[in-house]
Design a protein around this ligand. Sequence first.
Ligand SMILES: Cc1ncc(C[n+]2csc(CCOP(=O)(O)OP(=O)(O)O)c2C)c(N)n1
Ligand SMILES: [Mg+2]
Length: 251
Amino acid sequence: MNKLLAEEIYYLMELGRRFELAAKEHYMQGDISGFLHLDIGQEALSVAAMKAFEKGDVFSTYREHVMAIARGIDPKAVMAELFGKVTGVSRGKGGSMHLFDPSHFFYGGDAIVGGHIPNAVGCAYARRYQGIDDGVMVIFGDGATNGGAFFESLNIASAWRLPLLFLCENNRYAIGTEITRVAPFLEQAKKAAPFMPTVEVDGMDAVAVYEAVREAQQQIQRGHGPIFVEAFTCRYEGHSMSDAGSYRSPQ
Ligand SMILES: Cc1ncc(C[n+]2csc(CCOP(=O)(O)OP(=O)(O)O)c2C)c(N)n1
Ligand SMILES: [Mg+2]
């Protein structure tokens, strides 16, 4: 990675952290209503994945403010969306969980855990039909891999060899549930392994994430079908602003 890109990634991580801290403050003051899920701790993963996957379509979870900013969406439009203003990226109708901007090929933000994965499968199918080969990336948490929509998506994306990059942000928790209480193993890539190549990476290492996502995008662009990247990360805050996070030790 060259110095300029490394500096840009660091700048975006720092901007993302400050954005999230400002959002937290405004939430506590009552300026922002509804749900608010902060990305604090996971910025290396969010920023590096976006910078690596610069061209192509992106579908994400509700923990997506930093991704939207790293995608190139104006931070002011993201913050305005949290405030429910018409100047927001989704015209104030989406809120924190539904940042949506087709001009940046960024389709959310989705409040339904795993609900956006089949949407990304459909998009990958459409893009191949259209002859556009940039690829599609879908980002989801470890908890989403326990849902039926996830397995159905692995199945059909694999059967049809779709240009789809599955990116799992494994922060070990689905709200207060530690992943190994509801899955037989920590590594969720094992669920995808029968269907497609899998890669595991340290999600706290921006350079490693950048390289893994870039390489994965090149693979799907070659028409070899989908690929699964799992990045291990850590959210430092509670699941959302309504979670005190008392079920975890500081360690
Ligand atoms: C279908 C569905 N079931 C349950 C919920 C409630 N819910 C919201 S977030 C969440 C945890 C998801 O955890 P994970 O996928 O690991 O993402 P993370 O929040 O850790 O980024 C749950 C169960 C939901 N929004 N949608
Ligand atoms: Mg999780």
